[in-house]
Design a protein around this ligand. Structure first.
Ligand code: CO
Length: 197
């Protein structure tokens, strides 16, 4: 394949080395949207990011799939950073704001409606576009807190493991990633952050 030959031309041992192990520093929790591919957005090659994606980058307390990814990333791969990355114009967030029925997925989108309800004071009175952008951001912040509240991250911090949880948002319109300045790296910071929001 053209992609493989291109990489091998630059670094002949790339795939041989990569096949032996992975040692990523990052766990990425992002949206399934085809326009938001983790590696390309942060410009990192294969082997650098462990990835979990679902519709609207949601971290549900009982989602065994997501929790297993977090556990493996933290306990086995020993990643130093967990990034929850949302994006503006997210179809999942849009759908959660609609009155119409979408079938099974409405049960998943219910988690975003919870985020709307928790933040009604911030969202009320805004026009649609502004509300959508803000909800995309608030959803990231909420999911960062959910990651921090998992037993996995809590135990890591109790054991003095160096681990930061970040909230980022990506703009499909200009390709820019924005840090939502919601980084949490200890139980103390989580308590402080949860109090403010
Ligand atoms: Co999306």
């Amino acid at each position: 394949m053209a992609w493989a030959s291109e990489i091998k031309e630059e670094n002949p041992d790339f795939f041989t080395e990569l096949s032996k192990q992975q040692a990523p520093d990052y766990l990425w929790i992002g949206c399934s949207d085809s326009r938001v591919p983790a590696n390309q957005i942060v410009n990192l090659p294969p082997g650098e990011i462990f990835v979990h994606r679902n519709i609207a980058n949601i971290v549900v307390h009982t989602d065994l799939n997501c929790l297993s990814v977090i556990q493996y990333a933290v306990e086995v791969l020993e990643v130093k950073h967990i990034v929850v990355c949302g994006h503006y114009g997210c179809g999942g967030i849009k759908a959660s704001m609609e009155e119409t029925e979408h079938g099974l997925i409405d049960n998943w989108l219910r988690h975003i409606q919870d985020v709307s309800r928790f933040n009604a004071d911030k969202l009320d009175g805004k026009e649609y576009g502004e509300q959508l952008d803000l909800l995309c951001e608030l959803n990231v912040v909420e999911q960062v807190i959910n990651v921090c509240n998992t037993t996995i991250v809590q135990n890591a911090w109790k054991n003095d493991v160096e681990l930061s949880v970040h909230g980022w948002i990506y703009s499909i319109e200009n390709g820019i990633l924005k840090d939502l300045d919601t980084c949490i790296n200890s139980i103390g910071q989580l308590v402080e952050k949860s109090r403010r929001t």
